[in-house]
Design a protein around this ligand. Structure first.
Ligand code: FAD
Ligand code: NAD
Length: 473
């Protein structure tokens, strides 16, 4: 191991490992320190996203969707399947294999790019030095020209529901449940709550979500959110809003006490997931002598170029402001690598897509109608339901809608909101359009293949000017 590098990255999640690879591509000499260890104790690259976040959750969402299809949907297609059974440990080990394959892939990429993977804890010292404490062995001091902090985030815990990872779980342990809980409680009906709630609901749990806010999915366009809530409730998710959890008691079951507008309430569940948000991972990240500026919520303070207050020290991903999304962190990682190499790196924070991988999927980019109203921006809106597209009908999934918001005077697209089949894939068209400052007219004049789900995007764009073909405008 050398002790001097052009760049030391602390954290090998999608922000840190992407930054490391891009730095290496640009000819810089890079080390990446990461302390993550799998349940078997082995170190693994990829951070939260690959190990206990995006990838394992999507693997379980996909498996549970297959199970649901076989049980509930195939008969409608004339396919009768008998003797269906569920093997949850196999589902979990398939998920583990998907994760292992992908994290192994990052290891190969590190090798190919000659990035030194240092397994252990990294701590920022003064003068761009970094203390590296390996999992086994003594701490040593490394020197770098530039340091990139990419230490990510961890689950927020609440006093009323202390996590033990047996009965009361974070999302980490929720990805390891090995048999279907009869009753599952989730505190927080946000992204994780809805995704994990959907997994276990499809596999047969009775799922209750307790959400503090009165509004369902407050950051989402409320027309799409209301539509999605109806679908989720049809599927059996019991979503209770305006709930304040006051206490949990563990016996044979977990007794969850909460208050809502009607007073004190109580539910009994077999497992309880706490999914009330995540906080930046900055514990032990810098030495007391280092005056690294953080904001009031503990995020490392950065400017638009992800520069911290210390020259030569950058921070990217969940540990800084902005949405806690893998692709946002990766873009920041690439931008910083390019800036370090003297290139003009840039992230367009106005066009970061969001996706919630439920059924229907929810995806959006740009402003919601409520945000435009609040800002006093004049806008026009076009909507189109998937029910009127041939493809969604052929797929037997005619639910949800596309909504496009465009500036009333310039017609520039300001926001696109989709709730429906494959919204996660469809949103990319909107992101590209917005990246190129497209108008709704541009989308309306773009030829979309027939029959595709993307025709709903086309028709929504036409509908902005009240000229959608397959609906009464
Ligand atoms: P992380 O991925 O958290 O990586 C940080 C790494 O740094 C970790 O390996 C950590 O161990 C290590 N580390 C921390 N401190 C130190 C230290 N001092 N020294 C050495 N190493 C350290 N986002 C999406 O975009 N799409 C999704 O579908 C999605 N699904 C998710 C599902 C779940 C259940 C969860 C929990 C999150 C999900 N996210 C999703 C969010 C996504 O995982 C994060 O936004 C992303 O992982 C952040 O990347 P990061 O590189 O900033 O940090
Ligand atoms: P979240 O912010 O999406 O949802 C948390 C929910 O909990 C909110 O609705 C909030 O109002 C509620 N809440 C907060 N305190 C509460 C309390 N005491 N009692 C009841 N409800 C309470 O956070 P999350 O679901 O924990 O996910 C964390 C982050 O991880 C997300 O914000 C997102 O950035 C990322 N993530 C992304 C994806 C994806 O992109 N598909 C998936 C999972 C996680």
């Amino acid at each position: 191991m050398a002790n001097s590098y052009d760049v030391i990255v602390i954290g090998a999640g999608p922000a840190g490992y992407v930054a490391a690879i891009r730095c290496a591509q640009l000819g810089l000499n890079v080390a990446c320190i990461d302390e993550f260890r799998r349940k078997d104790g082995e170190p693994a690259l990829g951070g939260t996203c690959l190990n206990v976040g995006c990838i394992p959750s999507k693997a379980l969402l996909d498996s549970s969707e297959q199970y649901h299809k076989v049980n509930e949907e195939l008969a409608g297609h004339g396919i009768n399947v008998k003797g269906v059974s569920l093997d949850v440990p196999q589902m979990i080990s398939r998920k583990d294999k998907v994760v292992a394959d992908l994290t192994g892939g990052i290891r190969q990429l590190f090798k190919a790019n000659k990035i030194e993977w240092l397994q252990g804890h990294g701590k920022l010292l003064t003068e761009r030095r970094v203390e590296f404490t390996p999992h086994k062995g003594k701490a040593q001091t490394l020197q770098a020209q530039n340091v990139i902090l990419a230490t990510g985030s961890k689950p927020i815990d609440i006093g009323a529901a202390p996590v033990d990872e047996e009965r009361i779980l974070t999302s980490d342990a929720a990805l390891e449940i090995s048999e279907v809980p009869k009753r599952l409680g989730v505190i927080g009906a946000g992204v994780i709550g809805l995704e994990m709630g959907s997994v276990w609901n499809r596999l047969g749990s009775k799922v209750v979500l307790l959400e503090a806010q009165d509004e369902f999915l407050a950051p989402v366009d409320q027309q799409v959110a209301r539509d999605a809530k109806r679908q989720f409730e049809k599927q059996g998710l019991d979503i209770r809003l305006g709930c304040r959890v006051t206490e949990t008691r563990k016996g044979k079951t977990v007794s969850v006490h909460y208050e809502d507008k009607d007073g004190k309430q109580n539910i009994q569940v077999d497992k309880l997931i706490v999914a009330v948000g995540r906080r930046p991972n900055t514990e032990g990240l810098s030495h007391d002598d280092v005056e690294l500026l953080t904001d009031e919520r503990g995020f490392v303070h950065v400017n638009d170029h992800c520069e911290t207050n210390i020259p030569g020290v950058y921070a990217v991903g969940d540990v800084v402001r902005g949405p806690m999304l893998a692709h946002k962190g990766s873009e920041e990682g690439m931008m910083v690598a390019e800036l370090i190499a003297g290139q003009p790196g840039h992230v367009n924070y106005e066009t970061i897509p969001w996706v919630i991988y439920t059924h229907p999927e929810i995806a959006w980019v740009g402003k919601t109608e409520a945000q435009l109203k609040k800002a006093g921006t004049p806008y026009k809106s076009g909507t189109f339901g998937f029910a009127a597209t041939g493809r969604a009908r052929a797929m037997d999934y005619p639910v949800g809608m596309v909504k496009i918001l465009a500036h009333a005077e310039t017609d520039r697209i300001l926001g696109v909101h989709i709730g429906g089949p494959q919204a996660s894939e469809l949103i990319t068209e909107a992101v590209v359009a917005m990246e190129f400052s497209a108008s709704s007219e541009d989308l309306a004049r773009t030829i979309h293949a027939h029959p595709t789900l993307s025709e709903a995007v086309h028709e929504a764009a036409l509908s902005v000017d009240k000229r959608a073909i397959h609906k009464a405008n």
